[in-house]
Design a protein around this ligand. Structure first.
Ligand code: GDP
Length: 459
């Protein structure tokens, strides 16, 4: 299999889709359903599993969507779904320096309504100005929702959509009613109120597949209508992408899973990547794609490819990747002065850099985007930061936190990260408190409760 693109130099790339929402609302199930439908409807090889993404081509979408999508009406090649649902990928979305996702699906469980991670997702989508569609999921559990297997788009579809929408609205109002009490910002409150008037809601069931054709249709329609110009790329140009994950891979050392959203990356390219301290300059050792399942038994899990064009997911093996960060930019140097490319990467990183003070708490997060979101939230509550970094909580973070003069600053706040074994014990010994959570507001709340306790104890 080769991903070499032989189209004209100026080509339309596949829009990149992220799936967000609260835990258990059905993000993974929805992605699985979309992938599953694609496999059932097309030949097995038609959809391609990339690293961290799945490409569903236009002809498969049109087969799934039946009469709804006529391939002749579209120029965009299909949709590329980011496979890692939830915070992990969506906090990599950024308004500056190139957003990872072009369009998003916000999954909301119709029975559970808007939950903290839904609101957080809204906040990030709105900040990055990423267009999105709400998938009102689990409609199979709504009494009166008549699933008609033969014809999902039946006469009463409109009426049924309305019923699900009003049910969702009821939930929304309930939550809006509580919002101000819970200390969400007035700005967010306003946005949630406005949001429902502007945003499309597609009722779906990730379990039965009801509504999935409609969701794909709406996604294709919106992409074609509003994003066609942004999808124009030079497929022979130097590649531009974002690091999704930094992973150790047996036989290849440290690798970066990358989503390429412009140009091409080749197996002999020099690349520049955002690192923890400085941009990393290195040479691609191998470009790796997962093999089809059937071949894995005999061979390695990956096959090497010579070249990949946007938009696609690709694993890059190269020396010196230890300091690469999820959310950081990746750029191919090819035919340009190296200093220019390093300068571009440095400028992009500086844009996301977090101001640190002499004294403050230590902040760790899973991606650059989530680190930025954490820093913004802490700035709002006027909490100073002494160190902000991407990565798990390690003993050296405890060392930094333990130098704080005030007990309320002998603290490490971790968003979507693990606490490494030694750090836990070290923190106990050094009287450093570690807080971790997967929702920023909850993390800050936990911290504020801790400060309240401290103050009460001192009185
Ligand atoms: P995620 O955490 O958002 O990725 O959620 P999952 O996809 O893991 O789904 C959470 C749970 O909800 C699982 O037990 C799913 O089987 C269930 N679920 C997801 N979608 C649906 C749906 O459309 N209908 C029903 N009845 N259950 C669903």
């Amino acid at each position: 299999m080769s991903n070499t693109d032989t189209r004209d130099p100026t080509s339309l790339r596949t829009p990149i889709v992220a799936v967000l929402g609260h835990v258990d609302h059905g993000k993974t199930s929805l992605l699985d359903k979309i992938r599953g439908s694609a496999v059932i409807e097309g030949e097995a090889g038609a959809i391609t599993q990339h690293i961290g993404a799945t490409a569903v081509p236009l002809d498969i979408i049109s087969t799934i969507a039946g009469d709804l999508v006529d391939p002749d009406d579209f120029d965009l090649p299909g949709l590329l779904f980011i496979d890692t649902p939830g915070h992990h990928s969506f906090t990599t979305l950024r308004s500056r320096g190139g957003a990872l996702a072009d369009i998003a699906i916000l999954v909301v469980d119709v029975n559970d309504g808007f939950q903290p991670q839904t609101l957080e997702a809204l906040e990030i989508l709105s900040r990055s100005q990423t267009p999105f569609i709400v998938a009102a999921n689990k409609i199979d559990t709504v009494p009166g929702w008549n699933v008609n297997e033969d014809s999902p788009i039946n006469d009463t579809y409109e009426a049924q959509s309305d019923r699900v929408r009003s049910r969702l609205d009821e939930k929304l109002y309930e939550i809006i009613g509580n919002l101000s009490d819970e200390g969400f910002s007035a700005d967010l409150y306003w946005r949630v109120q406005n949001f429902q008037r502007n945003v499309g809601v597609v009722p779906v069931s990730a379990m039965t597949g009801e509504g999935v054709p409609d969701l794909l249709t709406v996604m294709m329609g919106l992409s074609q209508r509003y994003m066609k110009e942004e999808m124009e790329i030079d497929v022979t140009g130097p590649g531009v992408g974002t690091v999704l994950e930094v992973k150790d891979e047996k036989g290849f050392g440290t690798t970066i899973d990358t989503v390429l959203y412009d140009g091409t990356i080749r197996a002999d390219d020099q690349i520049v990547i955002g690192g923890k301290n400085e941009p990393i300059v290195t040479d691609v050792r191998a470009l790796l794609q997962p093999r089809p399942l059937a071949e894995i038994r005999t061979e390695s899990r990956f096959e090497k490819v010579d070249e990949v064009s946007a938009a696609s997911g690709i694993k890059v093996a190269a020396p010196d990747l230890a300091d690469a960060m999820a959310g950081a930019p990746v750029r191919v140097v090819r035919d340009r002065p190296l200093e220019d490319v390093v300068g571009e990467v440095r400028a992009e990183l500086a844009d996301i850099a977090v101001d640190t003070e002499e004294q403050g708490v230590v902040v760790k997060a899973d991606t650059l985007g989530s680190l930025e979101a954490m820093a913004d939230a802490l700035d709002e509550v006027e909490l100073p930061i002494v160190r902000a970094e991407v990565g798990d909580i390690a003993p050296r973070d405890v060392s930094v936190a333990s130098t704080a003069e005030e007990p309320k600053q002998r603290v490490i706040l971790g968003f979507n990260v693990d606490v490494l074994g030694d750090a836990e014990q070290r923190a106990k010994n050094d009287d450093v408190r570690i807080f971790t959570d997967e929702v920023i507001y909850q993390l800050i709340e936990e911290y504020e409760e801790f400060v309240d306790e401290l103050e009460r104890a001192q009185q």
